[in-house]
Design a protein around this ligand. Structure first.
Ligand SMILES: Nc1nc2c(c(=O)[nH]1)N[C@H]1C(S)=C(S)[C@@H](COP(=O)(O)OP(=O)(O)OC[C@H]3O[C@@H](n4cnc5c(=O)[nH]c(N)nc54)[C@H](O)[C@@H]3O)O[C@H]1N2
Ligand SMILES: Nc1nc2c(c(=O)[nH]1)N[C@H]1C(S)=C(S)[C@@H](COP(=O)(O)OP(=O)(O)OC[C@H]3O[C@@H](n4cnc5c(=O)[nH]c(N)nc54)[C@H](O)[C@@H]3O)O[C@H]1N2
Ligand code: SF4
Ligand SMILES: [Mo]
Length: 709
């Protein structure tokens, strides 16, 4: 008998793109995922991993019940209610003995694709009284936080991609990652079509990436700097813009405090200096600066390639300075960039929030005196927080939608840390590396089994848009929604839970739909109207314009070149990281088939199934290595074996791999984890303790024998 197929609409929740999808459901299972051609934002686009969404929901490795570790180190099923009581009991013992700071929460990437998980996980965490809050942001793009703290923020809003005539993308490959900007909705959805259409209407695209990426292939100008040298490159672009007076003098006069300091700091960074340090010709530097500054609208935006380098905070600061001196912000009276639909509207104002360096007053960790930034301790110190003896050492870690065992730099140390915890709890639908090391694994619902909406992803849509989806398939009986776990854990620990401004009663918990409605009640669409729009709700322009400055705000200015930034520029100009011992620079790239570790184990999805090390063919030839040969990569932190792959798109001297591969399970053939080669000791950023995770000096040689494995 042919199964009965019903077709349902929903949206994919594996990455920020939130593509509209049509799901063919057969016998309660997702048989097919198709792009929703009626979706006003994604217009039918999906990517390979999105189309395999059914395998992610129903695959054989999907956990259908929570698990607990046995004395023998294996895992056995445990009813979730029992797991919650046990975890609460063990947390109580740890807190009684060591205090609340012994408890930590790690918030991973996939937590952010379920609208209810972050607020409920945070609500539980607040009740613990601990300050040990960690997330992936601090091993990702927290340089952007540092910029706002040291430079300040213009509150009128940024130039939009839709009416820009120039755009610069640095260290990001949105055609694959859908990243491309920081909440400017630039090129997140259907990225290659979006970029091509923009080019056709006249936008000029500049890409800065040591690899000729899928995005760089669409650019008018592609600069391929030596990895890790972006700070110098951007100082050079500023040099050209300022010496040729291509900057927006009016914007600088009204909103900045110290243009002269910036002019002075970049005076020595001529295009010739850039050529020597970055390996980009001085003509290209000048051409890029002119192309960017002579455009009338458009931003420079960045991704992990910039934010993971050895001078990441400085590089981000200088990119932001380039946007500021070119005045790439909305002015009083212009149409505001208002994309709030489910979230609260925040008026745009033509004024500056001055730098406050609030991190200087954050909770202070005993690890290096590092302080919390935006309420979080940097994940770069998480392993040390667990391993280093001391009174408030972390002994219990709850991981929500993340896989720190694979994602943290210094893989060996990360694994030691996870193994040494008194209590490790991991909320994850599969046995990730972190789950394998956990005392309890809580099996949650997966994306098409839960009701959801797009509130968190709102800033990434190019237009004001929101979507609701009901649960499309029934979850296995043993799983719970992520939010439910955190609510139940709080209740079992006797903690009140404050959610969306009210105290919840765990004895009669609200439904997911009720919680979703609560989180959207300050938005501009009535919840029933949202629910009634299966392909999403296009809200239309709000009519908001950029308001005039307040009296107090009118006096505030951005700081472009504070002393610590100036000192960092000096250090970047004298960095000598490439050595004879480690002559190549390792970079990381994302692949279409996986989001971090999600998708890596779906059979047949990742071509070749593993994580090769790509090098330029001429570098391979010089090393007498052939395409497909097994090689050893060494860095100051460790060594690994990988298969070499010839790749013409890479700049010479660069090696490229993908993160979050590998497995602690010796039977798992999941490639190698690149964080064996990264460290947390050397070349760490001040303030956010961001480790160097790109431009890592390495050596590559033919693998001698099995003993390297
Ligand atoms: N398909 C897919 N999409 C994803 C993810 C995924 O794993 N797969 N992950 C998601 C996550 S968590 C994030 S944070 C975003 C990240 O999104 P992106 O930041 O766009 O990530 P990548 O695609 O890896 O692009 C980084 C680029 O930086 C370049 N690069 C490396 N080192 C340097 C350098 O020193 N200087 C410069 N200028 N460039 C450099 C690399 O060659 C690469 O092309 O993507 C998200 N989207
Ligand atoms: N060397 C190097 N290291 C890196 C990077 C790099 O470029 N180079 N990138 C860094 C970056 S930008 C990031 S963001 C981190 C990624 O770090 P993480 O976010 O910690 O890693 P993920 O693999 O995304 O972890 C997501 C986990 O959530 C699970 N999951 C999937 N769906 C659900 C769900 O519905 N509910 C729950 N509870 N769990 C779910 C997945 O199975 C997976 O185990 O890695 C960082 N590490
Ligand atoms: S994973 Fe693919 S299909 Fe899903 S939202 Fe992201 S780009 Fe769209
Ligand atoms: Mo990330």
């Amino acid at each position: 008998m042919r199964p009965v197929t019903s077709r349902r609409t929903s949206f994919c929740r594996l990455c920020a793109s939130s593509c509209g999808v049509l799901l063919d459901v057969e016998d309660g299972r997702i048989a097919r995922v198709l792009g929703d051609a009626h979706h006003p934002i994604s217009g039918g686009y999906t990517c390979p991993k999105g189309r395999r969404g059914g395998d992610l929901v129903h695959g054989p490795d999907r956990l259908t019940t929570s698990m607990r570790r046995t004395a023998a180190g294996t895992h056995e099923p445990v009813p979730v209610a029992r797991a919650v009581t046990d975890i609460a009991e063990r947390l109580r013992t740890i807190v009684d003995r060591h205090g609340p700071e012994a408890v930590a929460l790690f918030m991973g990437t996939q937590q952010n694709f379920a609208a209810l998980t972050p607020p409920m996980a945070r609500a539980w965490f607040r009740g613990t009284g601990s300050h040990k809050l960690f997330s992936t942001m601090t091993i990702d793009q927290s340089a952007k936080w540092v910029v706002a703290e040291r430079m300040g923020t213009y509150l009128g809003g940024r130039h939009r991609f839709e009416d820009a005539d120039v755009w610069l993308l640095a260290g990001t490959n949105p055609v694959v990652s859908g990243n491309g900007g920081d909440g400017d909705g630039a090129v997140v959805q259907n990225p290659s079509v979006t970029l091509r259409a923009a080019r056709e209407r006249g936008l000029r695209l500049i890409v800065v990436d040591p690899r000729r990426t899928e995005t760089a292939a669409l650019a008018d100008l592609h600069l391929a700097p030596r990895p890790g040298t972006d700070a110098v490159l951007f100082a050079g672009l500023l040099h050209v813009v300022l010496t040729e007076h291509l900057h927006d003098a009016d914007f600088c006069r009204r909103y900045t405090a110290d243009v002269a300091g910036l002019v002075d700091a970049v005076a020595a960074v001529t295009p010739a200096v850039v050529q020597r340090i970055c390996g980009v010709s001085s003509d290209e530097v000048t051409a890029a600066a002119r192309m960017f500054a002579r455009g009338t609208r458009g931003m420079a935006t960045t991704g992990t390639g910039l934010c993971m380098g050895p001078h990441s905070n400085l590089a981000e600061h200088l990119v932001a300075a380039l946007n500021v001196v070119c005045g790439r912000y909305l002015r009083e009276g212009e149409r505001a960039d208002d994309r709030a639909v489910l979230t609260r509207h925040v008026p745009a104002r033509a004024e500056v929030a001055p730098p406050t360096r609030a991190y200087e007053h954050g909770f202070r960790s005993r690890i290096g005196g590092v302080r919390a930034i935006r309420g979080e301790l940097p994940s770069g110190i998480l392993a040390d927080e667990i391993l280093e003896p001391g009174p408030d050492r972390v002994r219990a870690l709850i991981v929500s939608g993340g896989n720190p065992a694979a994602a943290l730099p210094d893989r060996g140390k990360a694994l030691r840390a996870m193994r040494s915890l008194d209590l490790l709890v991991c909320v994850d639908p599969r046995m990730s590396d972190t789950a394998r090391l956990a005392h309890y694994v809580i099996a949650p619902t997966t994306m098409y089994e839960r009701a959801d909406h797009t509130a968190i992803m709102e800033p990434f849509f190019p237009r004001p848009f929101a979507q609701f989806t009901p649960a499309v398939v029934t979850p296995p009986p043993g799983v719970v929604d992520d939010w439910q776990f955190f609510l139940d854990l709080a209740a079992a620990s006797g903690q009140p839970v404050k959610f969306a401004g009210r105290v919840l009663d765990p004895a009669s918990p609200p439904t997911s739909e009720q919680l979703l409605a609560m989180t959207a009640e300050r938005g501009r669409v009535a919840f029933p109207d949202l629910v009634a729009a299966p392909h999403g709700y296009l809200a239309g322009a709000s009519g908001a314009v950029v308001c005039p400055a307040t009296e107090e705000g009118a006096g505030h200015r951005l700081t472009l070149m504070p002393d610590d930034v100036r000192a960092e520029l000096h250090a970047a100009l004298t960095d000598m990281s490439v050595t004879e011992r480690y002559p190549l620079l390792l970079t990381v790239r994302r692949i279409r088939e996986a989001v971090n570790s999600t998708g890596i184990r779906v059979p047949g999805l990742v071509p070749g199934g593993t994580n090769p090390a790509s090098l330029h063919p001429d570098d391979l030839a010089a090393l007498e290595i052939t395409d497909g040969q097994v090689v050893t990569l060494r860095s100051a932190s460790g060594r690994l074996r990988a298969t070499a792959r010839a790749d013409h798109t890479l700049a010479r001297g660069t090696v490229s791999m993908t993160h979050c591969f590998g497995s602690v399970d010796p039977r798992g053939d999941a490639g190698v984890n690149v964080n064996v080669l990264t460290g947390t000791g050397d070349r760490v950023q001040a303030i956010n303790a961001m480790p160097t995770m790109t431009a890592v000096p390495v050596a590559v040689e033919p693998a001698a024998s099995e003993e390297d494995a």
